[in-house]
Design a protein around this ligand. Structure first.
Ligand code: NDP
Length: 463
């Protein structure tokens, strides 16, 4: 990442154009301890600068700062009681970034690494992602440094209830609708929904990713992973390549990784790896449907560690403390967390002949890695486009809740497929370069930005 010396930066007043490096430098001065946020902003601004400057009215309205700085950040203390009766304290946050095109929408992350910088980067990215889905959703993100790992069910429930006791007043079905993310799955969403209902006496679509029995949408658990693979298929098609028979490196073993693997198997590809924060497993025979069922049971029910896979399937190898990017394969799809592919990893993937990288996670590739992918002209798509299927189906869950109807699996999957195709088409429209190479980063950023910018301009300076 570039480090700018802010002391040399003076942005002249009344100028009619925006310079991305100057804006990033100014933000770095204002928020010096937020590297992930600065990284995300820097990556987006570099690609929208040209389009932005075609509209002098944007600069006059100071649109760029209004777009980069969240509308508000709600920060609170969460007190909860563990199984031994001790009172424990964690931090809780909600970053409401931009609601120009719809109510704030974005996941909640429970992980020990959560801080304001990470949530600001995620909320900023969410604005563009939600815009790309074509559905009316603004961008937000929230979470806590509480980690469900190693906690009992009762502890997780008490934490979720305490978290919602602080958050409930700032959210609502037409205001801000959270969902899951790392560490927040169906169990946590259920507990938070129950607490919201208890506090407000209202049964409304306040969260998405709910259980089927109380307003959840079919295909929501699958949506991010399935959408990721639908997008990957579209990218491969631009070069006449079929997914069937291709070997794929997957990282993570949570929601996104599981359903990415499921769809890859259904479409005839061969996933070779998956991981958790302790290491990765490599199965040269490929992860098939039975093995995936084992992973789902292990991670979702038993809440075990991925190394147990190698004990269950002796042909597989476990690599503690490592990431899977050194294994030879045709395709890579990071589905764990941010900055999990660095420049060195990216070079290994290229040297091993990878043809496509489709991001299931948010910002899993560092700027150095992205540059290597693009310099080598492989198919590379940023998460804000390829993992937008999750929030898209969350948007469909909101629609179903509003009309008090439940759509069939097929209906939702068809919508998801269509939305992923539309996002791909938009990326091609705004990202195709003179030499024919599709810069999916630019395409996704410009397409996502334009809609939000036009809505902000139309609504005046109030927010
Ligand atoms: P889960 O909590 O279900 O799974 C996360 C997986 O990633 C786990 O295997 C976890 O391992 C691993 N992981 C988490 N942190 C790290 C780390 N620091 N280093 C290595 N591995 C790590 O989360 P999701 O699958 O929901 O989310 C994964 C990614 O996808 C995130 O970037 C999220 O923002 C993004 N995403 C999720 C969406 C969704 O619908 N769920 C929508 C769009 C994007 P361990 O068990 O050891 O913690």
């Amino acid at each position: 990442m570039c480090i700018y010396n802010y002391k040399t930066i003076i942005i002249p007043k009344g100028r009619q154009f925006m310079k991305a490096t100057e804006v990033v430098a100014k933000l770095q001065q204002q928020f010096p301890h937020q590297p992930e946020y600065i990284q995300a902003v820097s990556q987006v601004l570099g690609t929208i600068e040209e389009e932005y400057n075609k509209h002098p009215e944007f600069e006059k309205a100071n649109l760029i700062e209004r777009l980069c700085i969240p509308d508000r950040i709600i920060q609170f203390r969460v007190n909860w009681i563990d199984d031994k009766g001790n009172v424990r304290t964690n931090m809780g946050y909600r970053v409401q970034h931009n609601n120009a095109i719809g109510p704030y929408k974005g996941g909640i992350r429970f992980h020990s690494s959560v801080n304001v910088s990470i949530l600001k980067f995620l909320a900023f990215e969410q604005v563009f992602k939600n815009s790309l889905t074509t559905l009316p959703m603004g961008g937000a993100k929230g979470g806590s440094d509480f980690s469900p790992r190693g906690k009992s069910n009762g502890e997780v429930m008490r934490f979720c209830q305490a978290f919602m006791r602080e958050l409930w007043n700032y959210i609502g079905p037409d205001t801000d609708v959270p969902a899951g993310d790392i560490g927040v799955g169906g169990r946590e969403v259920g507990y938070m929904f129950g607490q919201y209902k208890a506090l407000t006496h209202q049964f409304v679509g306040i969260l998405t990713g709910k259980g089927q029995e109380f307003g959840g949408s079919l295909i929501r658990p699958e949506a991010t992973g399935y959408g990721n693979v639908y997008f990957l298929e579209n990218m491969l098609k631009t070069r006449g390549i079929n997914l069937a028979g291709k070997t794929v490196l997957v990282s993570g073993a949570g929601n996104v990784a599981q359903y990415t693997i499921e769809k890859l198997i259904q479409l005839g590809a061969k996933p070779l790896t998956c991981s958790d924060s302790d290491g990765f497993v490599y199965d040269p025979d490929g992860i098939d449907a039975d093995k995936l069922a084992y992973i789902m049971e292990l991670k979702n029910i038993e809440r075990g560690r991925i190394k147990e896979y190698a004990e269950e399937y002796p042909n597989a190898q476990y690599f503690p403390g490592q990431r899977p990017w050194g294994i030879k394969a045709d395709i890579a799809t990071p589905c764990a967390t941010q900055n999990e592919i660095n420049g060195e990893d990216a070079q290994k993937l290229i040297d091993n002949g990878v043809i496509a990288v489709s991001e299931g996670a948010n910002m899993p590739s560092t700027p150095e890695a992205v540059k290597i992918f693009q310099d080598n002209k492989i198919l590379y798509c940023p998460g804000k486009a390829s993992n937008a299927g999750g929030v898209a189906v969350s948007g469909l869950e909101m629609s179903q809740n509003s009309e008090r109807l439940h759509w069939t699996r097929e209906e939702v999957d068809n919508y998801l497929h269509r939305i992923m195709n539309d996002i791909h088409e938009n990326c091609v429209k705004y990202g195709t370069q003179a030499d024919g190479y599709i810069n999916y980063v630019k395409g996704a950023n410009v397409a996502g930005f334009l809609k939000v910018a036009k809505a902000m301009m139309a609504q005046g300076v109030g927010m």
